[in-house]
Design a protein around this ligand. Structure first.
Ligand code: C2O
Ligand code: CU
Ligand code: CU
Length: 503
């Protein structure tokens, strides 16, 4: 056993003992999936394993061409994006055989309509809440004023309309997303369908000549009757995963690529809890961007690890003969699940089919300058931990669960802050900060700090169990900002803090 496996098995034993036999038996039902499917090395499954009978009865259409993500209509003029979103229950036909599924969706679409704006634009979005619970829209990753950022303090009550307004600063081009953030209801609102992407374009984009594909990855769980079920006790612990990993709302789509063509992919992990380890054997790809936009220079890429909430930009090259295909796979990744089996086999996310030769531009050797943030004015340590013995505060940051009436500490606009996010936890927790982008400076897997090999702007970073990550950032705007685990079940249970950035 290596160190990680040892920690995992030790932690599972402790957690299961603490949770008690009953909770475990109830959530696992009759499933023995972990053992049943352990046998077939090298096999790529169609999707995540599911011990329940659902997949025998519910089939989703698969293998269709990758759907384009519909865009939100813009009724503003030059320099202004003006749009309307309605969060409402609606019924969609997702499964075959006319089975209907009730979802909660923005403008009736799954995923929600994409907002595409430019650096410098003013964005005005009117959100109407047609749900029976409070909601907000959080502009995940965007540097928007705190009072416009859909904080849990600013709920939009059922029946209300809220106007969000902010300006996209120069340098903010990148791949973001928007989703609800009401306290205690975020996970449910997202897994029922409320999430959309937000792309900010730059006039001087060095990759503007490449054609783009967007891959919004989301998780769907259905019952035998095609309904989206509530979270189980196991989901509240491990984070929810579904039987279907959707790409732009479709199952295992076919993505077209010309022979010799280079295309820019933007990939969003919009799942609640799945840590995706993506591979594309047979095709060449490189990493060109992270959450907050382009890297300084393209980076070679083997596998792409994408935590919940995280995004990446890639350039994928059609390096196969015409007519051949490659498989975009989700590889097994052990993240410390205690009440549900880990993924043990690779499964297919999409198929990439290489067609006739298409000429495309070369990828420049440098993309945009990223300056390292200098010596910090402030240093802090935040600790991730779990206490399975206390169901009221199971997931903690620095020993506490979230309290809307508590400001955990204060900072100042313009200061360079350095935070060590230290995991004393038994599972991976992806850290997310609001209001700005950060740089990862170093990581420590227990054997010492290792400097990060290149600079990137991020707003989510996975903190593997018992490891540490050191980040630096600067907040340019005052206000109360949240930081939390982006496994949405953990966020809802209070694995979140808030600090006030003073002017
Ligand atoms: Cu994407 Cu505070 O969240
Ligand atoms: Cu966010
Ligand atoms: Cu977590």
């Amino acid at each position: 056993m290596n160190r990680r496996q040892f920690l995992l098995s030790a932690s599972s034993t402790a957690i299961l003992a603490a949770l008690g036999r009953q909770a475990f038996a109830g959530s696992m039902g009759s499933g023995h999936a972990g053992h049943d499917m352990a046998a077939m090395p090298g096999m790529t499954m169609d999707g995540p394993a599911d011990p329940s009978p659902v997949l025998k009865r519910i089939k989703l259409p698969s293998g269709r061409p990758l759907a384009a993500v519909p865009r939100l209509a813009n009724s503003g003029g030059a320099g202004r994006f003006v749009g309307t979103l309605s969060a409402a229950p609606t019924t969609l036909t997702l499964a075959e055989g006319g089975v209907k599924t009730s979802v909660w969706a923005y403008n009736g679409q799954l995923p929600g309509p994409a907002i595409v704006a430019r650096e410098g634009d003013t964005v005005e979005i009117a959100l109407t809440n047609h749900l029976t619970q409070p909601t907000t829209i959080h502009w995940h990753g965007l540097p928007v004023p705190a009072e416009q950022d859909g904080n849990p303090h600013d709920p939009v009550l059922p029946g209300q309309t809220r106007h969000y307004r902010f300006t996209l600063p120069k340098g903010s081009a990148g791949s973001y997303w928007y989703h609800p953030h009401p306290h205690g209801h975020t996970a449910e609102q997202v897994f029922r369908g409320l999430a959309g992407v937000f792309v900010v374009e730059a006039a001087d984009d060095p990759l503007r000549e490449l054609a783009e594909d967007w891959l919004v990855l989301s998780d769907l769980r259905l019952t035998e009757h095609g309904a989206i079920p509530a979270n189980t006790a196991a989901d509240w612990h491990d984070g929810r995963e579904g039987q279907f990993l959707l790409v732009n709302g479709g199952l295992r789509p076919v993505i077209a690529l010309g022979q010799g063509e280079r295309r820019r992919w933007r990939v969003w992990n919009a799942t609640s809890a799945r840590i995706l380890k993506l591979a594309l054997p047979g095709l060449a790809w490189q990493l060109v961007g992270s959450d907050g936009g382009l890297l300084g220079a393209p980076q070679p890429l083997a596998e792409l690890l994408l935590a919940p909430g995280e995004r990446a930009e890639l350039v994928v090259s059609g390096s196969l003969p015409v007519g051949q295909s490659a498989t975009l796979q989700s590889l097994p990744y052990v993240r410390g699940r205690a009440m549900t089996p880990e993924q043990t086999q690779p499964f297919t996310v999409a198929t990439v089919k290489v067609g006739r030769t298409v000429a495309s531009a070369a990828v420049p050797a440098t993309l945009r300058p990223i300056a390292a943030l200098g010596t910090p004015q402030v240093r802090r340590t935040l600790t991730f931990s779990e206490n399975m013995a206390d169901p009221a505060s199971m997931f903690m940051i620095s020993g506490k669960t979230f309290d809307m009436n508590r400001i955990d500490f204060t900072g100042r606009v313009g200061d360079i802050e350095e935070w060590d996010i230290v995991s004393e936890a038994h599972m991976d927790h992806p850290f997310h900060l609001h209001g700005t982008q950060f740089q990862v400076v170093a990581r420590n897997d227990g054997s010492g700090w290792v400097d990060e090999p290149y600079l990137a702007w991020r707003d989510v970073i996975n903190v593997p169990l018992r490891e540490s990550v050191r980040i630096r950032f600067r907040q340019e705007l005052p206000g109360v900002r949240m930081y939390h685990c982006h496994i949405l079940e953990h966020e809802d249970q209070g694995m979140m803090g808030q600090y006030e950035v003073k002017a």
